[in-house]
Design a protein around this ligand. Structure first.
Ligand code: SF4
Length: 512
């Protein structure tokens, strides 16, 4: 079905909202509306959807949304007129936006064969943030569930999942007073042993020439030292440290050990609860690196096979075997690193539900403490996106079956979902879910997803997010993704980070 026009009547401020809706339905690519969105006076034309929304104040504040669909023959085929009261806990502008989206979704369902996403009108990366806001406002779990399904058109199983996850996260969220004093630190290492097919991150193969690596490590050391001075100045302590990337274990043994020494000296204190290192590629991990992780108090490592199928590892550009993954995992276990995470991806090229079952069988035998189940995202800048026509991908239904298989194994393994996020360009309308054996949840993953703690970013592509305790307002600054630009402009990134934290703590003093 093709609808020619989408007219937003009268109130021009609704245009961006309707634009969002068009993206929600995948309409911004032509799709239903070849002539795209037209702000106009709402006078009807054939084959047109007209949207009007008003704020009405009788008997109390409510938002009236009217939608009309005029068919090609000029007949009014569908009209939706709904006046809805705002919720006491919802910001007025947000309520207006939400209702407009919800009613367009209802109209689209009525007039097209469109099947809404299980996430309803939610497009954001972090649906659990809404659930936390509702719990903060005093709603109980069953009220939250009802609100997610009614106000956001989220499918009951997804509403249950996000509510369950948010409840599991609540004990780990910081009270405003704690959030004013405790931060997390992220350090990004931009190197990998090879480039994965689906990767859109600017991950570089570790350069052969020593000088380039030295120059990078020198800049990173300065970034670390400046961050430590800043935290001292702000009288903040570090709750969690996360070294990610890229693959930090790509560094040479000596450099890796020096990095861990520097990081612990700069950030470790009596308040530190967690120190994660991503060791995603077994071909980058050596006995010396495992010994360094033990020596410097690493509490969590992440071994990320993505699949335990040899054919898939080759296909996605890995330079290691399934046996390598098992060997490294067992070495980490013997070294008694307290928590081991594994990452897998549903929807990889050439795989089906049978492959997922075989992968999960191998993973269940290893019994990791945490498992993150991703859905493949076809990202711009990846080799996958560039060569999509030649790569056999499972369709949405098969990917759904793969996720089901993973969930069944995860339940048998005794792991519970504890964080969730969504990404652009994911296969289907699925999500990424992190599972943990209760008591081994990664605090950093919760803090980064729920945005209730300031996170200091160090290294290329890292962002510093300042979070205002209590209001949970957020402001960010980012370092360049590209290593050369990062090194050349390091002074300005350090200055921006300092200014951001100065603003945060100046406001904190005023409000205390
Ligand atoms: S390990 Fe991660 S960062 Fe490195 S190439 Fe693969 S997907 Fe990209």
């Amino acid at each position: 079905m093709t609808i020619k026009r989408f007219v937003v009547a009268g109130n021009g401020q609704d245009v961006p909202v309707v634009n969002e809706i068009m993206q929600l339905f995948g309409l911004d690519n032509g799709g239903f509306f070849p002539e795209r969105l037209i702000p106009g006076d709402g006078s009807f034309a054939t084959d047109t959807i007209v949207v009007r929304s008003h704020t009405i104040l009788v008997p109390r504040f409510a938002i009236l949304t009217e939608l009309f669909y005029w068919r090609e023959d000029g007949a009014l085929a569908c009209r939706i007129r709904r006046a809805e009261a705002e919720y006491a806990d919802e910001d007025r502008a947000a309520a207006a936006k939400r209702l407009l989206k919800l009613n367009v979704l209802i109209l689209m369902e009525k007039i097209t064969s469109y099947k809404p996403s299980p996430w309803g009108i939610l497009r954001g990366v972090r649906p659990t943030k809404i659930v936390h806001r509702l719990f903060d406002a005093g709603l109980g779990a069953s009220e939250v569930l009802g609100r997610m399904t009614r106000a956001y058109a989220v499918a009951p199983d997804k509403a249950l999942l996000v509510t369950d996850i948010a409840l599991r996260q609540r004990p780990f969220l910081l009270a405003p007073k704690q959030a004013a004093k405790l931060v997390s630190v992220y350090i990004g290492i931009p190197y990998c042993p090879s480039r994965c097919l689906y990767c859109s991150f600017p991950a570089y193969i570790l350069p052969n020439d020593r000088q380039s690596v030295e120059t990078f490590l020198h800049a990173l050391a300065r970034d670390i030292e400046e961050a430590a001075l800043l935290l001292e100045h702000c009288r903040c302590k570090v709750q969690t440290i996360y070294i990610g990337g890229g693959t930090p274990t790509s560094l040479a043994d000596e450099d890796f050990s020096r990095l861990l020494r520097l990081v612990t000296a700069a950030f470790w204190s009596d308040a530190t609860r967690e120190f994660t290192v991503e060791a995603g590629r077994p071909d980058s991990v050596t006995d010396a690196k495992i010994a360094a992780m033990r020596a410097y108090g690493v509490t969590r490592v992440s071994v990320n096979p993505q699949s335990m199928q040899e054919k898939t590892l080759n296909h996605i550009g890995r330079k290691h075997s399934v046996r390598d993954i098992i060997d490294i995992f067992q070495k980490f276990r013997r070294a008694e690193i307290p928590v081991i995470n594994m990452d897998i991806i549903a929807g990889l090229p050439g795989e089906d539900a049978g492959d997922m079952a075989a992968t999960m069988k191998e993973i269940a035998a290893l019994a990791p403490d945490n498992l993150t189940v991703h859905t493949l995202a076809i990202k711009r800048g990846s080799l996958l996106k560039a060569n999509l026509a030649d790569i056999p991908l499972p369709d949405e239904n098969e990917t759904a079956r793969m996720l089901d298989v993973a969930r069944q194994y995860v339940a048998k393994m005794g792991l519970k979902p504890y964080y969730l996020y969504r990404q652009k360009y994911m296969t289907g309308n699925f999500e990424n879910v992190g599972y943990a054996r209760p008591g081994t949840e990664c605090l950093y993953n919760i803090q980064i997803m729920e945005e209730r703690q300031t996170i200091i970013g160090i290294g290329p592509a890292a962002g510093t997010k300042a979070v205002w305790p209590g209001s949970w307002r957020l402001a960010s600054v980012y370092n360049a993704k590209d290593v050369t630009t990062y090194i050349a402009n390091l002074d300005s990134y350090i200055k921006q980070r300092r200014q951001l934290l100065a603003n945060l703590f100046a406001d904190g003093r005023r409000n205390s």
